[in-house]
Write a protein that binds this ligand. Structure first.
Ligand code: FE2
Ligand code: FE2
Length: 236
């Protein structure tokens, strides 16, 4: 079998498009500069030089643009947000990029299905955190990275999967990832629906603070700079 390769040029183009989508104004937010973008682009390229990570990135890219765009988007948003909050963990970047690698076991038919999933299809979807965890461990990646795949669909009110854990008890990076993951999914187009605008997606997040951490929703709002929040009320 021919080993899969990463199209780096295409990946860099996607990264740049996503960056411009989030921070189109050249003069606004502190992160909104060419040098800030290149910092994250270099981080992505350095991950691709890691022999454990490269085949997994190739695997995600082979799924087509929908899953790959989302992976790159979570990588960008997650890293910018973690930097903004001075959350320093070397393994975060790989975890953001590879959190959905378990989706590579799901057929594109299921991933792109516009109608309601059958119970069996939904079960398959709910397996992706666990399958991602095992795939990351099999590639020699640390537990802290594999946990980002395993727990990113857990929710504060225990409505998530695969375990239905109270997500408030999970480490901070995992709660941050869940916020960024939902925001990215909502603001990217899917084969079965249009993308939400940033304001629509943030409105959705702020209605779900029983599931997602309001502190990170508030911080995301700040870095996206879409409108001024009430600084005294993170969930406002
Ligand atoms: Fe996921
Ligand atoms: Fe995701």
């Amino acid at each position: 079998m021919t080993p899969m390769t990463v199209d780096l040029l295409l990946s860099q183009t996607y990264l740049h498009q996503l960056w411009q989508k989030h921070w189109p104004d050249k003069t606004g937010f502190v992160h909104n500069s060419a040098s800030a973008f290149h910092q994250y682009e270099s981080l992505f390229l350095s991950l691709c030089r890691d022999g454990r990570i490269y085949p997994l990135v190739a695997r995600l890219q082979s799924m087509g643009p929908e899953t790959y765009h989302h992976s790159l988007d979570v990588f960008l948003l997650g890293n910018v947000l973690a930097d903004y909050l001075q959350m320093e963990m070397a393994e975060l970047a790989a975890g953001f990029l590879l959190h959905d690698v378990g989706k590579t076991y799901i057929s594109s038919y299921i991933l792109q299905k516009s109608g309601t999933l059958t119970p069996e299809e939904w079960e398959t979807v709910q397996e992706h955190p666990m399958r991602g965890y095992h795939l990351l461990r099999a590639h020699g990646l640390e537990d802290s990275i594999a946990h980002m795949a395993l727990y990113h669909h857990e929710r504060g009110n225990q409505t998530g999967y695969p375990f239905g854990l109270p997500a408030w008890e999970l480490p901070a990076p995992l709660r941050l990832l869940s916020v960024v993951d939902v925001y990215s999914a909502l603001t990217l187009p899917r084969s079965y629906r249009k993308a939400l605008t940033p304001d629509q997606a943030l409105y959705h997040l702020r209605k779900h603070t029983e599931e997602l951490d309001a502190v990170y929703i508030h911080a995301l709002l700040n870095i996206l700079h879409t409108h001024e929040p009430d600084p005294g009320n993170p969930s406002s």
